[in-house]
Design a protein around this ligand. Structure first.
Ligand code: HEM
Length: 399
């Protein structure tokens, strides 16, 4: 029988309970969506197969793409028109060769050397936010004071947003993530796109030695596509990191023995960051909507061209075939083959930036405030159970 989908988490520290049963049953199972059906990929090996297969498309315009079936009402022609207008440059939703053309332009901006160059700036930002928290007393909401502004300011650094405009940028990105409804969210999207369009226009007038300056000098893509690419970097890099930070703090505070080891031996941080990414798997299926463009066999099931697929990222990252005792948080385990950043041609472009950002933010926070406490039991925290990217709305902390 087909599994009703989506299913929600009931515990903030584990994927939805149904996943273990589905994983046990088969690597590929049928699911009933709000409007139609699709395949769910439950295990790690098959997840990687799907995410790296040239017979499978990521574009929402491909026949069979399951994302549009997740809302109870079909999209109106106006909505489709608006979405088409916002597609320019958003290469996460494209297949080769279109995808390759855009991605290639940005690869040098995320090289090991570039990320290394960005580290002092990230460190200074983390330190300044912590200075502000400490100056304001002995308690704070870590989401508001640290997790939302930090990634926003790192993206300012990446895109070269001038200091005078960073407060506006930060407030707009906060509104994008915290808007209570679709109308508020659309307003924030409009505001940010307009801001980014101004930034691109400024770079076109006087290109600087930064990401935008280099791209406009290369004259590789038109203005509208540049705005879309910048918007993608912002959306992909902000919500993910902003949700990972407070969940990571919560996990580390709830495992004081492992936190103590990290404070004693900072060389353990890179492994801890991988485990935090695997353990929380905040993106789960939301980033992994696909459609088969040819007939293909996966996990013993024959899928036809036009079949919709969701890869369950959180299930793949908790597959006991690869990660023994998967629901246990263990900074010493070999977590690196996780698919929290995806796999294949769409694998997260910003992953090394994200790793550096998480490590700097968490290490600095716990080194500078070693007595950091979370001031509420898990039952009193408001987790984003129905959101597409998992997280926590607020995290009251004191020291
Ligand atoms: C903890 C933080 C992050 C997580 C968990 C994460 C996760 C992901 C995942 C799962 C994908 C693959 C989606 C797919 O297969 O369709 C992805 C793609 C992407 N991510 Fe990230 N991401 C993070 C941070 C960032 C940052 C900081 C940036 C840049 C500022 C970024 C930029 C991108 C871009 C541009 C893509 C699209 C790549 C492509 O389609 O070729 N991400 N991310």
């Amino acid at each position: 029988m087909a599994q009703d989908f989506p299913v929600q988490r009931t515990c903030p520290f584990a994927p939805p309970a149904e996943y273990a049963k589905l994983r046990d049953e088969a690597p590929v199972v049928r699911a009933k969506l709000p409007r139609g059906e699709a395949w769910l990929v439950t295990r790690w090996a098959e997840a990687r197969q799907v995410l790296s297969s040239p017979a499978i498309s990521t574009a929402t315009t491909t026949p069979g793409s399951p994302k549009p079936l997740m809302s109870p009402d079909p999209p109106t022609p106006e909505m489709l028109e608006e979405l088409a207008g916002q597609r320019h440059g958003v290469f996460i939703d494209m297949d080769p060769p279109e995808h390759t053309r855009y991605r290639k332009l940005l690869i040098p901006e995320f090289s090991y050397r570039r990320i290394k160059e960005m580290q002092p700036g990230m460190q200074a930002t983390a330190d300044r936010l912590i200075d502000d928290m400490l100056a304001q007393g002995t308690q704070a909401d870590l989401v508001e004071a640290f997790a939302l502004p930090l990634p926003s300011l790192v993206i300012c650094q990446l895109l070269g947003v001038p200091y005078s405009e960073r407060e506006f940028f930060q407030n707009s990105t906060r509104r994008l993530l915290t808007a209570p409804d679709e109308v508020g969210q659309m307003a924030a999207v409009g505001e940010l796109r307009e801001f980014l369009s101004g930034l691109v226009a400024e770079a076109e007038r006087a290109p600087g030695d930064d990401l935008l300056g280099r791209l406009v000098t290369a004259r590789a893509v038109p203005h509208e596509d540049m705005v879309g690419m910048m918007f993608l970097l912002l959306v992909a890099g902000h919500e993910t990191t902003a949700n990972m930070l407070p969940l990571s703090v919560l996990s580390l505070v709830r495992h004081p023995d492992q936190l103590r080891q990290l404070l004693d031996d900072p060389g353990l941080w890179p492994g801890a960051v991988e485990e935090l990414l695997r353990f929380h798997s905040i993106v789960d299926w939301a980033g992994f909507d696909r459609a088969a463009t040819q007939d293909i066999e996966i996990g013993g099931r024959k899928l036809g061209a036009g079949d919709g697929i969701f890869v369950l990222g959180a299930s793949a990252n908790h597959d006991e075939r690869v990660f023994p005792d998967p629901d246990r948080f263990d900074i010493h385990r070999e977590a690196r083959p996780h698919v929290a950043f995806g796999y294949g041609i769409h694998q997260c472009l910003g992953q090394n930036l994200a790793r550096a950002e998480l490590e700097i933010a968490l290490r600095t926070l716990f080194e500078r405030i070693p007595g950091l406490r979370v001031d509420a039991p898990d039952e009193e925290l408001s987790f984003k159970y129905s959101a597409t990217v998992f997280g926590v709305d607020a995290l009251p902390v004191s020291w």
